[in-house]
Design a protein around this ligand. Structure first.
Ligand SMILES: [Zn+2]
Length: 223
């Protein structure tokens, strides 16, 4: 080993001692020892164990597939994307959703759309996380992204409601554009809990003449 190499190793050890890497895992918050926040090996392993794939669809959908159960690391990752503005996670999540979509691909979707956010909320947050996921998925499965749904009522966040309240909360909250007529739509959302949001979106898409509606979410809440 040359003197310069030894010197480089010594300098890098000294740097790590003086400036320890403090990046955290986006799944569990543990220190990763990385230069940048990312997902630790334990969380990656936990995600793999929670893999779902094709799953019985919520009412009104022709098929559904999910990447992971909504548990552990998946909860952390969704909340970083949704509430902390870590939008670069969308690419990573969209890749896993594309893998899940392959299981229901024979349903033959011809476009990808997302659960819409009310314009007021979107303006506050600066982005619709479901749209980011839908665009990443669309690019990976070679389908066009089309904004086919509108939210016509600003509904309270589903996360704080029980199943009955969720259903009435989203009933009539969505309207589909005429462009949905005759389409085979792949609907995207981050998490599917009771399925009431997806069902309400499917109803709006079918009312506008959509031929088929299937669903892909990053995570599925299991009872
Ligand atoms: Zn972790």
């Amino acid at each position: 080993m040359s003197i310069t190499m030894n010197l480089q190793i010594a300098l890098s050890a000294l740097r790590n001692l003086l400036f320890p890497l403090r990046a955290n895992c986006l799944g569990c918050g543990a220190a990763t020892g990385c230069r940048e926040d990312w997902i630790c090996p334990a969380c990656r392993k936990a995600l793999t164990r929670g893999w779902v794939g094709a799953s019985p669809p919520p009412k009104g959908m022709d098929a559904a597939a999910f990447a992971y159960t909504y548990h552990g690391a998946a909860v952390g990752i969704v909340s970083q994307l949704k509430y902390r503005g870590v939008t670069r996670l969308a690419g990573f999540m969209g890749g896993d959703m594309a893998r899940a979509y392959r299981f229901i691909e024979p349903t033959g979707a011809d476009c990808v759309t997302c659960v819409p956010m009310h314009p007021k909320r979107r303006a506050r947050r600066g982005y619709n996380h479901a749209e980011l996921l839908a665009r990443e998925l669309a690019a990976r499965v070679d389908l066009p992204f089309e904004a086919l749904l509108e939210r016509v009522r600003d509904t309270p966040q589903q996360a704080r409601l029980d199943a009955d309240a969720r259903r009435s909360n989203v009933s009539g909250a969505f309207r589909a554009l005429d462009a949905a007529g005759g389409r085979r739509v792949l609907l995207v959302d981050d998490v599917c809990t009771t399925g009431s949001t997806a069902t309400a979106c499917a109803r709006a898409l079918r009312a506008a003449g959509a031929e088929a509606v299937c669903l892909v979410c990053y995570a599925r809440a299991m009872k």
